[in-house]
Design a protein around this ligand. Sequence first.
Ligand code: SF4
Length: 227
Amino acid sequence: MPAILAKNAGRDAGATHNMPLSDCTACPRLATFLAESRARYPGYFCRPVPAFGDDHPRLLIVGLAPGLHGANRTGRPFTGDHAGVLLYETLHAFGYASRPVSVAADDGLILSGCRISNAVKCVPPENKPETGEIKRCNAYLKEELAALPDATAILALGLVAHKAVLMALGLKLSAYPFAHDAAHVLPDGRRLHDSYHCSRYNTQTRRLTAEMFRAVFQRIQEDSTCP
Ligand code: SF4
């Protein structure tokens, strides 16, 4: 198992392909898309986006992938586009975030007790990673999960993130089916919580409301106090 190369907040998550995350080009389609984005948007981050937040979290949140004009622009998960609006507002309401809005990697926002990552670290065209890309990037997520404190809860935002977490832990989807506001007790005792993804589509269609999202976080906090 390759070593994790960097350990600070906002760090590279792992070295699955014998290289730091920031240098990874293991997915040809995504590497090409990043190169095109870099040429088109010279001021954008345009690299694999590392996890952000507390190095010793009580909660790890796993999303899908960077958005083209969000995390891919700013270099911080769920930052700079609509997908992060409800997330950071809710994290602030529950005491995890120092501010309710995340606008840029240097805006001073601090996460306490919480860390945010994605199932796929490079921006995919049309927000749709392919199965092979999810599998390839899963080794990074696996190392992130292995580095967590034992009691850390996991919140998967959407089915793709849910499946990626199970894949990283070697668990079967049939044993832990995805459902909004579900909480699964994993074999190691950790809890995997599910929520619909806080995407623009889901929030604007009210598939996911602020109340529904807050209820998920409420449950996470209540479950974390249970033995
Ligand atoms: S998606 Fe993951 S595995 Fe694929 S190139 Fe990006 S960092 Fe590497």
